[in-house]
Design a binder for this molecule. Structure first.
Ligand SMILES: Cc1ncc(C[n+]2csc(CCOP(=O)(O)OP(=O)(O)O)c2C)c(N)n1
Ligand SMILES: [Mg+2]
Length: 572
């Protein structure tokens, strides 16, 4: 007998769906369960598209990528208990990247509190250390006020942007709330605050810049909305520029000021680093004077987290970086930069690039299997850079950072979170409907969320997954070989037939063992998405991350060279 127990359009569940509509939420990424079904069903009735996945972790990764590419809050919805606990890795990943994600979770009925109800575990406590906000909303007529508050926390209006967790017990979801108790201003759309710098801080920054001879600009997440202003500034004043993983593509690599190949030299020689929207974490050597030998810092960000870690800024400006840079640009007029140094850095960069370009990429490694770098050589022949590139893995991520040239890019990020590739790609395909999405992944990393190929097929996602199938967790194998007496143990995988796996899930799949067949296979896979190209690759080629000791985890710094510099610095 069919019943309808979800007809009240003023229930808390209905209000949550109406809230999402008001906030112009296009997609919710999730996996259903009884505890959230009242909301799920109202989303269906109101026409909110739910992208249903095979594991909750993937839903959160998708919400993160959706947010990254749109600037909106990404929404995920999961059921109580294992539904929520499965999201922990995804939420932690969004937390370290400061990406606004709102996770709506299920929660046992209030009436069964502390009695041993189904799927009950302290979600809020589990997620608290990795969220900006983690709460159970229990009072029916306050649910939307609390949801509005969670949105503010996600957007960064209460500090830095980041993930939030919000749950409502299922019995409360069914409570009715009169229209007049849900205030209009809790419902209407909210944007991040506009942060404008003070003229005193701008003057201080200009003063610091005028005293600099060797300036360097470095960007991160917080600069993503400020590309135009930064581009104008570096072009006008001829300032060397470096991106980081989370601002890749902001300034084209072809821009003469983008001296990405002279990274270490610029970091050690610059006397001023203008840091825009970036933490000074392990990827920037913690700002250590052992690595940034001469530098003072100016720090500008819309997030205080990106102003205060490890090194002081002179000044530190809590502002939209674009607004601050435009003001500095307009008032600086003239600088005292050392043009010889700037030209020297640029020439060093150009020579290094030339060396890399001139170097012939061998088709195979010593084991006669395809050189992973050859994948990028072949991709260049069939696609320009107007696609979305996603990279996930160990060695292959390191190769992709150099070889994968796409306008838009995401990878395993600061958290080193393997498994993000396929979910990120699926979310990207929802945002960039006319563009190709190419996900390059290791065979190990592929395994974490391989079942989401099912989701890609269901959504007819325009994604092409290229697997570097080297039969192992290779960057870790290198570490065992090089640093642990060649005792390679428990880091091998079978060269499994992932093309067959893809086909079994309804995607296009092709396996490539012969380098001569690679280009044709890639080309066909790009035209038959969703697709998987399972490339049997060599495990003998060392990536730069393997050489730099990333897998080894040195004492002071993430990379061997910086660690050596740190040891030297401490001796003096
Ligand atoms: C979830 C997670 N587990 C383990 C690691 C440690 N780890 C970093 S890279 C790597 C190997 C990745 O293997 P694969 O994806 O096959 O890429 P390859 O190095 O073989 O190119 C491992 C195990 C991690 N960063 N994240
Ligand atoms: Mg591998």
């Amino acid at each position: 007998m069919i019943k309808d127990l979800n007809t009240d359009n003023n229930s808390c569940a209905a209000w949550i769906a109406k809230f999402l509509i008001n906030r112009k939420v296009e997609f919710v990424f999730g996996l259903q369960g009884g505890h959230i079904q009242p909301i799920w069903d109202h989303c269906y009735k109101l026409g909110i598209k739910i992208i249903d996945v095979r594991d909750e972790k993937a839903a959160v990764h998708m919400a993160q990528a959706y947010s990254y590419f749109t600037g909106k809050v990404g929404i995920a919805m999961v059921t109580a208990g294992p539904g929520v606990t499965n999201t922990v890795t995804g939420i932690a990943n969004a937390f370290l990247s400061n990406i606004p994600v709102l996770l709506i979770g299920g929660c046992a009925p209030l009436q069964q509190s502390n009695m041993g109800p189904l799927q009950d575990i302290p979600h809020v406590d589990i997620l608290k250390p990795v969220t900006n906000y983690s709460r159970t909303a229990r009072v029916p007529d306050q649910i939307i006020r609390e949801l509005d508050l969670a949105f503010s926390y996600a957007l960064g209006n209460m500090g830095s942007p980041g993930p939030c967790y919000f749950e409502v017990p299922t019995d409360i979801l069914r409570e009715s709330v009169d229209d007049k108790l849900v205030l209009e201003d809790w419902m209407i759309e909210k944007k991040p605050y506009n942060l404008i710098p003070s003229s005193i801080d701008i003057d201080k920054a200009i003063n610091t810049i005028r005293n600099s001879k060797k300036p360097l600009i470095i960007t991160g997440r917080g600069a993503l909305k400020s590309g135009q202003q930064i581009l104008k500034f570096i072009n006008k004043y001829n300032i060397p520029y470096l991106e980081t993983q989370d601002s890749r593509g902001l300034i084209p690599q072809s821009n003469p000021n983008n001296i990405f190949a002279a990274r270490s030299k610029a970091m050690s020689e610059a006397d001023l680093v203008i840091l825009l929207g970036r933490k000074l974490d392990y990827q920037l050597a913690f700002g250590s004077p052992a690595v940034f030998k001469e530098a003072k810092f100016i720090r500008i960000s819309d997030s205080s987290l990106e102003l205060t870690d490890n090194r002081r800024g002179f000044p530190e400006i809590l502002s939209d970086p674009g607004v601050a840079i435009e003001l500095i640009h307009n008032e600086l007029n003239k600088s005292n930069f050392d043009e010889d140094w700037i030209n020297n850095i640029k020439n060093f960069h150009l020579e290094k690039i030339k060396k890399v370009l001139d170097k012939k990429v061998n088709k195979t490694g010593d084991d006669n299997k395809i050189n992973p770098n050859y994948i990028f050589e072949k991709l260049k022949n069939i696609i320009d850079d107007d696609f979305i590139g996603i990279a996930d893995g160990g060695d292959i991520l390191s190769f992709a950072r150099v070889g994968l040239h796409s306008k838009y890019y995401m990878d395993s990020g600061t958290f080193g979170c393997l498994g993000v590739g396929i979910p990120y790609a699926i979310a990207a395909s929802k945002v960039f409907k006319e563009k190709k999405i190419i996900c390059v992944t290791g065979d190990g990393s592929f395994g974490f969320n391989a079942m989401e190929i099912d989701t890609a097929v269901k959504n007819n996602s325009n994604i092409c997954i290229i697997i570097s199938n080297n039969g192992g967790w290779n960057i870790e194998k290198h570490d065992q070989r090089l640093n642990y007496g060649n005792r390679v143990y428990a880091t091998s995988l079978a060269h499994s037939d992932y093309a067959a796996l893809a086909k079994s899930l309804g995607a296009y799949g092709v396996r490539v063992e012969d380098p001569e067949k690679l280009e044709q296979a890639l080309s066909e896979a790009l035209n038959n998405t969703p697709s998987v190209v399972d490339v049997i690759t060599s495990s003998t080629i060392l990536s730069s991350d393997a050489i730099k000791g990333l897998g080894f985890v040195p004492r002071y710094q993430a990379l061997d060279v910086w660690d050596d510099m740190e040891i030297e610095f401490r001796k003096k």
